[in-house]
Ligand binder design. Structure first.
Ligand SMILES: [Zn+2]
Length: 433
């Protein structure tokens, strides 16, 4: 039988890519990886170690997946869950935690111990104060999937019903011994400011959370708080300094073999370092953000790796986050310092070119040859005349085509949401007659 390690070996060795779902699988099945280590493939995965004195789990997946996760684990081991480590506080990693506690109690076991970086607690507090925002952006990012999984529920909340806070937190590093295994936990910033990764020497295993996800690193996400591309790359280089034979990510496939692990960690680090270097070099020359966005590219051969495809996030968004991290919000265009309202610019442009419908027609004409410009003009036409069915038809067409031509889920989500809005608005306007 082909194992997950066989699968990842083939993809890496042959530089083969068979689409996003071939590497990011959510089978909800438990896959034994090696003696004493298993992984439930979900969103996120749950990585489990059998220590001889209970189980140590990394992450708990999303709340709606929790029953499948626990069923999977119980096909593999009957031992109590001793410790749960959160690789970070995103809801697809902590959402299932309550179910782990409930399961332990129903079995008469002690409650599992929850370990996380100190920043997880601040994150949970931030989610309380930005519940509405997070619900909206996750629905936009993940489309229907977001409504079902990440919106959490029909009652307007974001995330799980119960947030299980870590019992034990740490700042930089911490080592825990459970049964026969040692877990050296390290904090680094990367996708988040509250990430941990682990080195388990007895198993020569790295547990890497979202530092490796088999997509281009989520270091740019347009709708979310700051990410840390340079520190992310440094963390990957540190991981590569350990003699790992097994790499266990929270999304995507596990990787076996020192050479493959070195290649994956090295390529991911190089891609991020390249973006940081190119962006900083241009910032240091005083270049405005827009020009930097047009110029900076990741070396093409790296983008072809099966673990670096921009199926989720993409390099252009990472460049913006590098700008945000090292610079201010001013983008170098003096007209943007204290700008006019978007609608006044749109109305002025529409009047100059003979009306919003003319603008919309030009947008449609540019749909395939210059999709960036086409979207800008379609949005202007809409802002100039928000209640015109013809304008909405054009805006829907331009943004739908853009959505379909993009690779990243984040771009698809935002463009697709714009298209859907105009499709619905057009229908409603036509019905009003
Ligand atoms: Zn994740």
């Amino acid at each position: 039988m082909k194992t997950l390690l066989d699968l990842s070996a083939r993809f890496i060795d042959e530089n083969l890519y068979e689409g996003p779902f071939s590497v990011n699988r959510v089978s909800m099945q438990l896959a034994p990886i090696t003696e004493g280590i298993a992984m439930v493939e979900a969103f996120s995965h749950v990585v489990v170690f059998d220590t001889g004195d209970g189980l140590v789990a990394f992450d708990t997946s999303l709340e709606p997946m929790n029953q499948g996760i626990l069923r999977g684990i119980r096909t593999w081991s009957d031992a109590p869950v001793h410790t749960v480590a959160y690789t970070h506080g995103h809801i697809d990693h902590i959402g299932g935690a309550r179910a782990f506690v409930d399961e332990a109690r129903s079995r008469g076991d002690r409650d599992p111990r929850f370990i996380g970086h100190r920043g997880v607690i601040a994150r949970f507090d931030r989610y309380q104060s930005t519940n509405g925002y997070n619900r909206i952006i996750n629905e936009r990012q993940f489309s229907t999937l977001g409504k079902v999984l990440l919106g959490g529920s029909l009652d307007g909340r974001f995330g799980p019903k119960d947030w299980v806070r870590p019992d034990v937190t740490f700042d930089d590093r911490m080592s825990v011994r459970v049964g026969e295994l040692t877990f050296h936990l390290f904090h680094d910033r990367g996708e988040t400011d509250d990430h941990l990764w682990a080195w388990v020497p007895e198993k020569k295993a790295l547990v890497v959370g979202d530092f490796v996800t088999w997509v281009f690193p989520n270091a740019g996400n347009p709708q979310k708080v700051q990410r840390y591309p340079g520190e992310w790359a440094r963390a990957l280089r540190t991981m590569a300094s350990y003699p790992a034979e097994l790499l266990l990510p929270a999304h995507g496939l596990p990787v076996g073999g020192a050479d493959r692990i070195q290649r994956v960690l090295g390529d991911l680090a190089t891609a991020l370092e390249s973006l940081v270097e190119q962006t900083l070099a241009r910032m240091n020359e005083g270049m405005p953000l827009n020009q930097i966005l047009m110029e900076v590219k990741v070396p093409e051969e790296l983008m072809e790796r099966p673990y670096l495809r921009p199926a989720y996030d993409e390099p252009e968004f990472v460049v913006r986050n590098i700008w945000r991290l090292y610079g201010g919000w001013y983008d170098g265009n003096p007209a943007h310092l204290k700008p006019p309202s978007d609608s006044s610019v749109a109305k002025e442009l529409a009047s100059l070119c003979g009306g919003a419908v003319a603008l919309a027609e030009r947008a449609v004409a540019l749909r395939d040859s210059d999709p960036r410009l086409a979207c800008e003009l379609a949005q202007m036409a809409f802002l100039a005349t928000p209640d015109d069915a013809a304008v909405h038809a054009a805006r829907a067409e331009v943004f739908r085509a853009r959505r379909d031509s993009e690779l990243s889920l984040m771009a698809k989500g935002i463009f697709g949401t714009a298209a859907s809005e105009s499709e619905a608005r057009k229908k409603a306007l036509e019905a009003e007659g």
